[in-house]
Design a protein around this ligand. Structure first.
Ligand SMILES: [Zn+2]
Length: 352
């Protein structure tokens, strides 16, 4: 996903939480800073943010068949099992459920992330940021503290300058959104060469450009950055919601589920696993087509979706964008809930 798509997804997630009406304090905290914080959504893709690390190591969890014997069962997620782990609210679930191309012999094989350095993948990054966010919220300044239910008695002993500001909370939530959104991009979870960025040639780049063209220019950095002080929060959320019709998105703000896995790391792993299944649905790994052996190294979007299948491509667009926005709302709210003392939490239904 490119800069403008990342910015749009994160801003749209605030609007979803606002419409849900349950996360009023969280919305009150981040919404006023939406335009200013938007840069957070694309910072992880900028050169300086990748210093001293691999170029893409923390943005992807690219899976491929696992040939090892150790913990083999751990890397198998059969279809029914994965659908349960994804819950019913994600469109990814129905997309996978309705697919008939991946048969049981695909589903009952182990697949594992092709990770060069242990721990360098986006589920780890998202988990690390989520835990840190909870702590930063607890150490918030008076403004943050006022919105977060429950007293933090030690806060008064921290230098006021060292306490977290609302602007920082918003910026870090947006940064986290980058990794959550990347997990929804099928090419980020598929180790085949056809899903690589390939210097801007082929599937990965073509999908990103397609989504970027649908989002259009209102969330471009050249519009957000200089104008961020003058863009009214209500206006930016309204602009974000206007993109919905172009993706044919229909959100259900009143029924944003909780994490299904109960843990951000596992939730992201499950989302990545779902995205990997989606990548394998759109470009079949059958030996005669796009096998994991990389016999084919590049494929173009119009080969996978010829003109007569444009509706199928629109289904893919809708699913990825819907889930990217929803997943951000789910995980942001989860972090907020984590920072609230248990006895003050409102009761919610357990899963999706
Ligand atoms: Zn990225």
């Amino acid at each position: 996903m490119d800069q403008r798509t990342h910015a749009w997804i994160a801003i749209r997630a605030i609007a979803l939480l606002e419409d849900g009406g349950e996360s009023k304090d969280l919305v009150k905290l981040i919404k006023p800073h939406a335009a200013k914080a938007a840069i957070g959504a694309w910072i992880p893709d900028l050169g300086d943010a990748k210093r001293a690390g691999s170029q893409i190591g923390k943005h992807v969890l690219k899976m491929k068949p696992y040939k090892g014997k150790v913990l083999k069962e751990r890397f198998i997620a059969e279809k029914e099992d994965l659908l349960e782990r994804l819950g019913k609210s994600r469109l990814m679930s129905s997309y996978i459920e309705n697919d008939t191309s991946l048969k049981s012999h695909w589903w009952n094989k182990p697949y594992k992330g092709d990770i060069k350095t242990p721990g360098q993948h986006l589920a780890n990054r998202a988990m690390a940021m989520s835990v840190m966010m909870r702590d930063l919220l607890i150490m918030g300044d008076q403004k943050v503290d006022k919105l977060l239910p429950g007293a933090v008695r030690f806060a008064k002993n921290i230098d006021i300058k060292a306490r977290t500001k609302a602007e920082q909370v918003a910026l870090y939530f947006f940064m986290l959104s980058h990794f959550i959104s990347d997990a929804c991009m099928p090419c980020h979870t598929d180790a085949r060469k056809i899903s690589a960025y390939n210097n801007g040639k082929g599937l990965h780049h073509e999908l990103e450009s397609r989504w970027s063209n649908i989002v259009k220019t209102k969330f471009d950095k050249k519009k957000l950055l200089p104008a961020s002080l003058s863009i009214k929060p209500d206006k930016i959320l309204k602009d974000a919601k206007e993109v919905d019709t172009r993706f044919d998105l229909k959100f259900k703000p009143k029924s944003i589920p909780n994490l299904v896995a109960g843990d951000v790391w596992l939730e992201l792993i499950n989302i990545c696993r779902g995205s990997f299944a989606v990548a394998s649905i759109i470009a079949s790994p059958k030996p005669s087509k796009y096998p994991y052996s990389d016999k084919v190294r590049i494929v173009h979007l119009d080969k996978l979706f010829p003109e007569n299948s444009s509706e199928k491509l629109k289904d893919l667009d809708r699913m990825v964008m819907h889930d990217a926005v929803l997943n951000n709302a789910i995980i942001w709210r989860h972090i907020w809930q984590q920072a609230i003392p248990a006895k003050m939490k409102k009761k919610k239904k357990k899963t999706a």
